[in-house]
Design a protein around this ligand. Structure first.
Ligand code: OOG
Ligand code: MG
Length: 254
């Protein structure tokens, strides 16, 4: 497991793709590789900032040809400031996708109801996720992508909003992602498991299965509402989420 984690970690650090894993792992083994990969990042001084859910929308499952929910880990190194710039040379073949993020107000793990998930979150924000598979051609099996920390590479968060009326209903917010002012994806937060708060329920369950918790104060990316779009140099990417506002970042000119 450590050898696989090392290969994936080096692929990320060198921004060079590797072949899909030759030995098929089961999902539990893939989460062990993911944990070893995160340990390597923490040993370099990165800190945990939260978790992300993946394949919560039919659009994503269809784009990537997989059919189960996955769970990955975010660190401070992945954060890109709202309005900031990211250098594409640090990624293999990055894509961007429109999301909603929650901040946890208390530590949770295991079985939660939707109303317990609502009580567990204390803020919501528009979010863009930069995903970057370390596998050639962005192709992988479900266990391959879990081992690769679910393609986690970057994230941009808008300002946290904590008004109860916003948190009480994030089920059907219009979401528009644009590149250089041109709309590239239009969707709704309803595409995220029918309700983005369902991602809190699912993440708490998956965390417990991995012997972990979702920590108070940490971020949860609920998953993309639409398919992801490849990032090109010299672009400005914006996301507008109904009632939550807009965020953006730029990619450096090549
Ligand atoms: C895996 C990550 C999926 C999402 O929001 O569905 C994900 C991938 O597509 O490479 O982050
Ligand atoms: Mg995502």
């Amino acid at each position: 497991m450590n050898a696989l984690a090392l290969r994936l970690d080096e692929a990320q650090q060198r921004a060079t793709a590797i072949e899909q894993l030759a030995e098929p792992l089961n999902i539990a083994e893939a989460y062990v590789v993911q944990a070893a990969l995160i340990e390597r990042r923490l040993a370099r001084g990165e800190t945990l900032t939260g978790v992300k859910m993946g394949f919560t929308s039919a659009a994503k499952r269809q784009q990537m040809g997989v059919d189960d929910l996955i769970f990955g880990v975010l660190t401070d190194e992945m954060a890109v400031a709202d309005g900031g710039t990211t250098d594409l040379a640090t990624y293999v073949h990055p894509r961007v996708e429109p999301e909603v993020a929650f901040r946890l107000g208390k530590t949770v793990s295991g079985d939660l109801s939707l109303s317990e998930a609502r009580e567990a979150v204390d803020a919501v924000a528009p979010a863009l996720e930069i995903i970057d598979s370390r596998y050639q051609d962005f192709k992988f099996s479900l266990s391959d992508v879990v081992a690769d920390n679910c393609s986690s590479a970057g994230y941009v968060l808008g300002p946290w909003l904590d008004q109860a009326e916003l948190l009480d209903d994030t089920t059907n917010l219009g979401m528009v992602m644009s590149v250089n002012g041109q709309q590239v994806q239009v969707g709704s937060s309803a595409a995220i498991s029918g309700n983005p708060l369902q991602s809190v329920v699912d993440a708490a369950r998956l965390a417990q299965e991995c012997g972990a918790e979702l920590l108070a104060g940490s971020i949860l990316l609920a998953g993309a509402a639409t398919a992801a779009v490849p990032l090109e140099p010299g672009c400005e990417i914006t996301l507008e989420v109904q009632h939550l506002g807009s965020i953006s970042f730029r990619t450096e000119d090549s």
